[in-house]
Design a protein around this ligand. Sequence first.
Ligand code: AP5
Length: 211
Amino acid sequence: MIFLGPPGSGKGTQAVKLAKELGILHLSTGDLLRNAVKEGTDLGKQAKEYMEQGELVPDHLLVELIESKVNAGELSDGFILDGFPRTVPQAESLKEMFTKNGMTLEATVLLQVSDEEVVRRLSGRWFCPVCQRTYSYPSNMPKVDGVCDDDKTKLQRRPDDEESVVRNRLAVYKKQTQPIEDFYRKESVLVEVAGEKSPLAVFDDLLKVVL
Ligand code: AP5
């Protein structure tokens, strides 16, 4: 399954829950890239600047990353791809990988959220750099402002959640990623889910269309 949608539409939130419910793997290219940047790997060094500016990392790096997971057999028992593909060339490469490995795409879930809701959500997103727990101001705040409830670490924001970068990520989504909605519509695997209800209500709607 593929999760598609603008930045902040809830792909990560919903994909993690669905993967747990179905007992399958959740693979987020954003998380993989952020770890690569943190660890200072070659991939991380090449990706860092693009990510900080809200631009897409070059296609060949992402295709190699996903291909390495497929070739290692890590995806053979079912998986949700969150954040890949993000361009038509990435979608075409993924299709080739599926054909070559006898894999089937069950569904592409598109989460629909307005630009203003995206800006509102991402300007309120904080996370703990130690345990990775995330907080959303004002709906899900820590007990002490700016401090993780679990390990008392000072909370941080993602550098690409700054409003001007979020606006660029939205523009990049419209220009480079939205065309793949049609790619999957033509393949008759696109299902659309309204993403502005509560996380629980979105999950209920999601289960209705994917199970
Ligand atoms: P990535 O990490 O994939 O960022 P993104 O797509 O912009 O997604 P986000 O993680 O910001 O949002 P999300 O939709 O997962 O929402 P979430 O559940 O977190 O990519 C980062 C960068 O990496 C890219 O800009 C690019 O540079 C690079 N990259 C990654 N993949 C690439 C690729 N394939 N090709 C090239 N470059 C690539 O929720 C967001 C917030 O909203 C949270 O605070 C959450 O608690 C809250 N929230 C969620 N649901 C709700 C709800 N229903 N109501 C209220 N709040 C909610």
